[in-house]
Design a protein around this ligand. Structure first.
Ligand SMILES: [Zn+2]
Length: 181
């Protein structure tokens, strides 16, 4: 930010106004408790399109239509997941599988004798992975709840499975538990 200030003071001012704090638009300041690193508002756009029929109606009617729409959606999703037998939901599972090989080829993990590893990347940079805290200095794991390639490399070095390090919100059993709440 100091570098930006020296390049363009107006841009610096625009980016530091209190009405739009950095925690709303910069991943470095995102809350890591929510397991989500999405910075775009596509989900709002999709939701808006989804409720198009209801939007022009009086508030109580909108809420009633939304309630029924959501109920149907939840029911459809639950039905779909009944036929799915993996432990991790399909999308996070695909993300884990996507760069498994890359993690093995691009990263070399060295442990400190405990659960913290220094991971050297193929291009020479380094990251620190903490398997107990489930964090990596690239912050991808902290933000998404899904181990990044550095974390995977460290997990493999311990001869463990990255699937065991995925956040609980992505597990099928968490959804099953919710049914009883
Ligand atoms: Zn990482």
């Amino acid at each position: 930010m100091n570098e930006m200030k020296s390049l363009d003071n107006d841009a610096y001012k625009w980016m530091t106004v209190p009405e739009t704090p950095a925690r709303h638009w910069c991943r470095a300041f995102f809350n890591t408790d929510v397991d989500c690193d999405i910075m775009i508002n596509n989900i709002c756009e999709s939701f808006n399109a989804w409720i198009l029929d209801a939007r022009g109606k009086p508030p109580v009617t909108i809420f009633e239509e939304l309630r029924v729409k959501l109920m149907r959606r939840i029911a459809v999703r639950k039905e779909k997941m009944k036929g799915y037998h993996g432990n991790i939901c399909p999308k996070p599972k695909a993300i884990i599988e996507r760069d498994k090989e890359k993690a093995a080829m691009d990263c070399i993990a060295t442990f400190n004798g405990g659960d913290i590893a220094e991971v050297e990347n193929i291009e020479g940079s380094k990251n620190v992975v903490n398997l107990v805290m489930r964090t990596c200095t690239c912050r991808r794991w902290d933000l998404t709840g899904i181990p990044c390639k550095h974390a995977k490399s460290a997990i493999y070095m311990k001869r463990e499975d990255p699937d065991d390090y995925v956040a609980a919100c992505y597990l099928k059993k968490t959804e099953d538990l919710n049914e009883y709440l």
